[in-house]
Write a protein that binds this ligand. Structure first.
Ligand SMILES: CC(=O)[C@@H](O)[C@H](O)COP(=O)(O)O
Ligand SMILES: NCC(=O)COP(=O)(O)O
Length: 250
């Protein structure tokens, strides 16, 4: 089964926030993406609300519930009390926990699972008790012990941090090395019964190799590269191209 595509709306929200005006309309672009066959919408509300605003969340929740039942809402972020309360209020189908510092420009590493095991175990159990699937952002460095520690938290999935792989767009040999490490991490996850998602700097150019190396890849969440392509091709055609890159016959 091809990996499902969740469209990350952060970049569109960032464009909107340049002005005190309601466009580009985040919900409208979410609707276009879902209409074009995206499986879900991803948001990463950061504490300073520089991309997605907290007020966007109920609007996106209602969009899915009212117009696209069966689609999924994925909320990503560092599990502060504020973020956990936002998750409980907006009930995403999936929460992806990311070890981001509030000052970070964007996500750039996965969890140190051994060091944060007790904390993550508590948070995972709190979210799962409310019916949310929990995924943990993970470095794809091929370390079996890290995946074992991720499993011990009770999480359902890991999300492979694909940024270093995506950054090798002009270094194919290095990309191949990193792809193998991502693949090994995904293989360990499968062996431990963890689902595997992926995200960060994925593009139509680098997705097909990732999807081939990790046939059990459940979902990819993509924002930056997808938004760049949407400026050129429009949202509907861009979603079609990314679904095709995931291996869907579209
Ligand atoms: C976890 C992850 O890789 C994405 O959520 C990424 O952080 C996108 O967020 P920004 O668009 O805010 O950079
Ligand atoms: N979880 C990764 C994500 O949502 C999108 O990251 P990017 O495509 O904006 O790098």
């Amino acid at each position: 089964m091809p990996a499902k595509l969740s469209v990350n709306l952060n970049a569109i929200a960032m464009l909107r926030n340049r002005r005190d005006l309601p466009w580009p309309d985040v919900a409208h672009f979410g609707r276009l993406a879902l209409r074009a066959g995206a499986h879900g919408l991803t948001v990463h509300p950061r504490p300073d609300q520089r991309h997605i605003r907290f007020s966007d969340l109920p609007i996106l929740r209602a969009l899915i519930d009212d117009e696209f039942p069966g689609a999924e809402f994925n909320m990503e972020g560092y599990p502060t009390e504020e973020f956990l309360a936002l998750c409980e209020a907006n009930e995403p189908e999936q929460v992806t926990l990311v070890p981001d510092d509030p000052a970070q420009a964007t996500s750039d590493h996965g969890w140190d699972f051994a060091a944060h095991r007790d904390f993550l175990t508590k948070v995972v159990s709190r979210l799962k008790a409310r019916g949310m699937r929990v995924s943990l952002f993970a470095d794809g460095d091929g370390e079996k012990a890290a995946v074992e520690a991720a499993k011990a938290t009770g999480a359902d999935r890991i999300e492979l941090y694909t940024g270093p792989y995506g950054g090798c767009y002009d270094a194919p040999e290095r990309a191949t090395e990193l792809l193998e490490k991502l693949g090994k991490t995904a293989d360990f996850a499968k062996a431990y019964g963890l689902g595997v998602n992926g995200g960060h700097d994925l593009t139509v150019a680098n997705l097909p190799q990732l999807a081939r190396r990790i046939p059990h890849l459940a979902e990819v969440s993509i924002g930056h590269g997808l938004t760049a392509d949407a400026l050129e091709y429009g949202m509907a055609e861009t979603v079609r191209r990314f679904r095709h890159a995931c291996g869907e016959p579209v």
